[in-house]
Design a protein around this ligand. Structure first.
Ligand SMILES: [Fe+2]
Ligand SMILES: [Fe+2]
Length: 277
């Protein structure tokens, strides 16, 4: 990943969740995760649009991992003695309604940024939950999510390097995604404003935005800081990106499935030539 765990961790200063006392709050939080893992079925959509064999193999493995995470989160519900509920509308928007329209959008929005947010919350839960069984399950899932984020970062960086227009487009959509995220923190805080962990949601959100900013910079989408973007430039990026996104549905598909070009795929060539001098 372009960010290490320390850059994606928040100092909770000893604040903790008590699995007994906070059962309802934890059920709310894990319900968002459960929904996110179920959206792993959307990986099938991207597997069909994978630009090359290496990506297709990665996505096939990712789908298996996300489906295994569905079981892991159900096991967490069992361990804390709670039942899942429907997801928050912002989580549904980010994970489903705002899903990428192209492979580059998918790798940027859902994998680098989206799974990056998820990973930050995962690290936060590992640091704050007084429940060894739950922490163990999260520690097993975290390295897999790190690989999903890394894949998203790599493909986003490639798209950004390929064209300035793609860079601005992905930055504009990333800004929309950050704006949506800003909506959820005050709402979560309202659930338990005096809770030692939940009460610090606004600071945690600020830390999440900072780490996303670092990720945007390291992927080559953002050259200065987010604060350096003037209101005019910010609106231009957002409006342009949303307009292109809406217009795209009238344009033909940008990538051909692998079935049409696998014989010239770089990985196919590499495997065929392996061992030849
Ligand atoms: Fe997952
Ligand atoms: Fe994932």
């Amino acid at each position: 990943m372009l960010l290490n765990r320390a850059e994606m961790s928040f100092d909770w200063q000893g604040a903790r969740f008590d699995p007994e006392r906070d059962r309802e709050l934890l059920a709310f939080i894990f319900s968002q995760f459960l929904y996110g893992e179920v959206t792993g079925v959307q990986v099938g959509h991207w597997l069909r649009r994978a630009p090359d064999l290496e990506s297709a193999i990665f996505l096939a493995r990712q789908a298996t991992e996300e489906m295994a995470h569905v079981r892991s989160f159900l096991e967490i519900f069992r361990q804390i003695g709670a039942r899942p509920e429907a997801p928050h509308r912002v989580v549904r928007f980010l994970a489903t309604d705002f899903m990428g329209g192209s492979f580059a959008e998918h790798t940027c929005l859902e994998m680098a940024l989206g799974e990056g947010f998820v990973l930050m919350v995962m690290y936060a839960l590992i640091d704050t939950i007084d429940h060894a069984g739950v922490v163990r399950i999260l520690e097993v899932a975290a390295p897999q999510e790190e690989r999903h984020v890394a894949f998203g970062e790599e493909h986003t960086a490639r798209a950004a390097l390929a064209s300035a227009a793609a860079r601005d487009h992905l930055l504009g959509l990333s800004l929309v995604s950050l704006l949506s995220l800003a909506k959820i923190a005050p709402q979560v805080r309202r659930l338990a404003p005096n809770h030692p962990v939940i009460g610090r949601m606004p600071e945690f959100l600020a830390a999440t935005v900072r780490s996303s900013e670092l990720r945007l910079q390291r992927m080559g989408l953002l050259s200065g800081s987010l604060a350096d973007l003037s209101p005019g430039r910010r609106s231009w990026l957002i409006l342009g990106a949303m307009a292109r996104r809406n217009l795209r549905r009238f344009l033909p598909q940008e990538t051909q499935p692998l079935t049409g070009n696998y014989l010239s795929d770089p990985m196919v060539q590499r495997l065929l030539d392996a061992g030849r001098s």
